[in-house]
Structure formats: structure tokens, C-alpha cells
Design a protein around this ligand. Structure first.
Ligand SMILES: O=C(O)c1ccccc1N[C@@H]1O[C@H](COP(=O)(O)O)[C@@H](O)[C@H]1O
Length: 218
């Protein structure tokens, strides 16, 4: 079973829709330059929505870019998170895990085999395309890398594939990379920062279809 994370969710209708699609994780972006940035007030509303809907299953992943402890604490004061996804160096990612006692996924940009992690750092990795000089953000840009790079990688901890995934390419991405989990943001949007229910539905359908095909041949 391939697990799915829909990142950059900003409203309760999208949360409800994704939950109905049985996705495993929802990503909430706490990085101000992002078009998917969630204010503390919006985070607090989403927290109330979750609190009032105890059957909502998707785990809440808070995304932070080189955060201070205060940046994370301010969010945790208004919203429960199940997992922290961080863009941070190894030691800082470990320190965040220690401080907040939550599972931590470290985002890692790669462009060649040598960039793939060989040591466990925290609880998992989000593997995506390397950042380019001048990029406004380290992720959420719809940029792919060569998926074949991960096919023979002996990952030191669980990982998910991210970067430039879409309903159209996710099947090929899963087959080429060998991933067991996928993370999508811009590929399921109508315009930057606004999720498309149709694209989310197609994305989920195509992921599930890929699993079915894999089951058929194995
Ligand atoms: O989604 C964002 O706005 C974002 C901002 C800053 C860092 C990461 C961000 N998203 C993450 O980037 C990857 C790839 O996203 P995309 O599908 O290519 O748009 C994914 O892990 C998102 O969670």
C-alpha cells in the first residue's frame, strides 16, 4: 500500500475532502514566503475543526523551514501536530525531535546518488529535487529529480517521494523510484496555493491504481 501526503492544505473543506479520499497525511505549511502559508489564526481554526471531528484520520504534518524552537512552539500552542517536517541540517533536525518529542521527517533535496542519506537522522526523510540558487523556497516548486536515483538506494529509515508529482506522472514516479509513500503539493492545485478537488481525486485514484497493478504482477 502506497501512502499519500497532500501538502499545503489551508481550509477545512479540503481537509474533509482529503479525509474522504483516505489519504494518510495532510501537510500544513508554516513558512511565510509560501503561497500555502498558514497563519496562527488559520491554524487555530483548523485545530478546532479537528477537535470537533474525532473521526478525521489523516495525521497532521507541520512543515517548517530552518525554524527556531519558538517558531515551532508558537504553532504547537494553537494547533496539535502529529509529525514535524523540517528543512534543517542533521543536528538541528535531531535537536527539534528531542525538544518537541514528536516524530520528525527531514526534507532532503537531491540531484545525484551521492546526495541520498546513508544514516538515520530522525524518523524519516522526504526526498525531493535539490534547491537551485535563487529559489524563493526549498520546496513546493513542482520540480522533479531523476526518480531512478532512489530505486537501488538502501534507505536508512522510511522515506517518501516528493517534488513535481501530479496525477499524470505519479504512477511512473512510483514505479521508477520504488517509493512506498508520495507527497504532493503544487501538482494538485488549480492555481498556486489553491487545491483542486478534481486533481486530488485523480492523484489518489492513480496511486491506488498503481498499487493494484503492482499486486497483479507480484
Ligand atoms: O508547499 C510549499 O509551499 C512548500 C514551501 C516550502 C518548502 C516546502 C514546501 N512543500 C513541500 O515541497 C515538496 C514538493 O512540493 P511540490 O509537490 O513539488 O509542490 C513537498 O515535500 C511539499 O511538502
Amino acid at each position: 500500500m502506497i501512502k499519500i501526503k497532500i501538502c499545503g492544505v489551508r481550509d477545512t473543506e479540503t481537509i474533509r475532502f482529503c479525509a474522504e479520499q483516505s489519504v494518510e497525511w495532510l501537510g500544513f505549511v508554516f513558512y511565510p514566503p509560501s503561497p500555502r502559508f498558514l497563519t496562527l489564526s488559520e491554524a487555530s481554526s483548523i485545530n478546532s475543526f479537528y477537535a470537533g471531528n474525532s473521526l478525521l484520520k489523516p495525521e497532521r504534518v507541520g512543515l517548517f523551514v530552518t525554524p527556531s524552537d519558538d517558531d515551532i512552539q508558537r504553532v504547537l500552542d494553537v494547533m496539535c501536530l502529529d509529525i514535524l517536517q523540517v528543512y534543517a541540517p542533521d543536528d538541528r533536525a535531531k535537536a527539534i525531535k528531542e525538544k518537541f518529542s514528536l516524530p520528525v521527517w527531514q526534507s532532503r533535496g537531491i540531484s545525484r546518488t551521492e546526495d541520498l542519506p546513508t544514516r538515520k537522522i530522525c524518523d524519516g526523510f522526504v526526498i525531493e529535487a535539490a534547491e537551485n540558487p535563487g529559489d524563493a523556497m526549498p520546496g513546493g516548486l513542482g520540480r522533479q529529480f531523476d526518480w531512478a536515483l532512489t530505486k537501488k538506494w538502501e534507505a536508512p529509515s522510511p522515506w517518501m517521494l516528493a517534488g513535481g508529482l501530479s496525477p499524470e506522472n505519479v504512477e511512473q514516479a512510483i514505479l521508477s523510484s520504488g517509493t512506498l509513500a508520495v507527497d504532493v503539493s503544487s501538482g494538485v492545485e488549480e492555481v498556486k496555493g489553491v487545491k483542486s478537488f478534481q486533481k486530488i481525486e485523480n492523484f489518489v485514484k492513480n496511486v491506488r491504481k498503481t498499487i493494484a497493478k503492482q499486486n497483479t504482477v507480484s
